[in-house]
Design a protein around this ligand. Structure first.
Ligand SMILES: Cc1ncc(COP(=O)(O)O)c(C=O)c1O
Length: 392
């Protein structure tokens, strides 16, 4: 009939399903070869200060250094409370010596701003950008201490490279790289503090954080004492000297030796796929499969406005179809359909982010699973559009 909208095409369910439907942005999919018996060498029921425990912790540190190409003179510590613990530890120990700049373009970066401005009450310039955008690093004063997130996990926007960070900066750079480490090149010479957690790109277990310190960060630690008290769990110096033990595996408090074993197994797998280069290639291939899918459709787009800033781990998508009236409800319904079909779990956008989907593409995810999942996304979209026209 003239002037009547065409009947919605009935959505047809795809046949193939991903063999692993886990696309959560943390905890992330475990390594593809994971089985629980791979952890049978864990030093369970043993002291982490016994030789066996210390050896494993040191191995975790040194294999991290090897895979990520962290310079020999940088300290790497395993710290409590995951990435959050590592970032807080850095901010509470180091900031306050000079003016700070807090840079944020999504939820986690915004959280660090709150802590520095409202809890530590530090004189800080705050630079923010909306979800999908990024702060222009050329406008940041790196003679202040600058805190930022390398990859905004909740917006899918990442720093494209470290070129705008001057080599001769006077301030320190504190970089939350939790969804970047093991998936992106990190310019170690431009990063004084780098943090990440095991539960992210390598699909490790939660609760343990990594704190990487440049010699300049150590110098600050040894020459500056913050005006506020530091709980034991944050303390990195004693009598004005770095507690070196923390950086050879003598953790501040008791780690989970099961989680340590799991991390060692994940690091071994990372080496088997070609180390950092191999991991980056895997994440890039996963993300590209999604970018290409979006490119070929006019109803879905990347939340990251500038292609140079598009994350290859936490790929965030928005629905752009004009027929959608309630974006949040629509995106939630699509994510629910995908979850109910067990083809894509935990892919709803982060609670503070704009409505949409977030699909983890880090190296532990197989490209074949992304490719098997995407027709389901198309199906879920069409089914929800169909539901909308039926309700109208
Ligand atoms: C950018 C960023 N920072 C910090 C965190 C918090 O990490 P964790 O729970 O390991 O402390 C996350 C978790 O998703 C994150 O994506």
């Amino acid at each position: 009939m003239a002037n009547q909208a065409p009947a919605a095409r009935p959505a047809t369910k795809p046949v193939d399903v991903p063999s692993n439907p886990r696309f959560s942005s943390g905890p992330c999919a475990k390594i593809p070869t994971f089985t629980l018996d791979k952890l049978s060498d864990a030093a369970l029921g043993r002291s982490h200060r016994a030789a066996i425990g210390k050896t494993k912790l040191k191995d975790a540190i040194e294999t991290t250094r090897e895979i990520l190409g962290i310079p020999a003179d940088y300290r790497i510590g395993i710290v409590p409370a995951s990435d959050t613990g590592a970032v807080e530890m850095a901010m509470w120990n180091l900031l306050g010596e000079r003016k700070a700049t807090m840079v944020a373009w999504e939820s986690f970066g915004a959280g660090w701003v709150t802590d520095v401005v409202k809890q530590l009450k530090i004189d800080a310039e705050v630079k923010t950008a909306d979800y999908g955008e990024i702060v222009d690093f050329a406008e940041v004063d790196f003679n202040t201490d600058v805190t930022f997130t390398w990859n905004g996990t909740t917006s899918g926007v990442r720093v494209p490279n470290g070129d705008a960070i001057p080599a001769d900066r006077e301030g320190l750079t504190i970089c939350d790289a939790t969804s970047a480490a093991f998936a992106m090149d990190l310019p170690w010479d431009k990063l004084d503090v780098t943090t990440f957690s095991w539960q992210k790109v390598l699909g490790g277990e939660a609760a343990h954080g990594m704190l990487v310190l440049s010699p300049r960060a150590v110098e600050r630690l040894e020459n500056y004492t913050p005006a506020w008290p530091l709980p034991k769990i944050f303390r990195l110096t004693k009598g004005g000297k770095l507690i070196e033990g923390v950086f050879v595996g003598e953790t501040i408090n008791t780690p989970s030796m099961l989680a340590v074993e799991d991390y060692l197994v994940a690091l071994d797998w990372a080496k088997s796929v070609g180390g950092l280069k191999g991991l980056i290639a895997r994440a890039d291939a996963n993300a590209k499969a999604i970018f290409d899918f979006c490119e070929a459709r006019d109803w879905i787009d990347n939340l990251a406005a500038d292609p140079a800033t598009r994350s290859n781990t936490s790929v965030c998508l928005k629905f752009t179809d004009a027929r959608i009236t309630d974006g949040a409800a629509f995106a939630k319904a699509v994510a629910k359909r995908l979850g109910d079909e067990n083809v894509a779990l935990d892919v709803g956008a982060y609670r503070d982010a704009p409505p949409g989907l977030r699909i983890w593409c880090g190296g532990t995810v197989e490209t074949s699973d992304i490719e098997a999942m995407l027709p389901w996304l198309e199906w879920a979209f069409e089914a929800e559009i169909e539901a909308l026209s039926e309700a109208a």
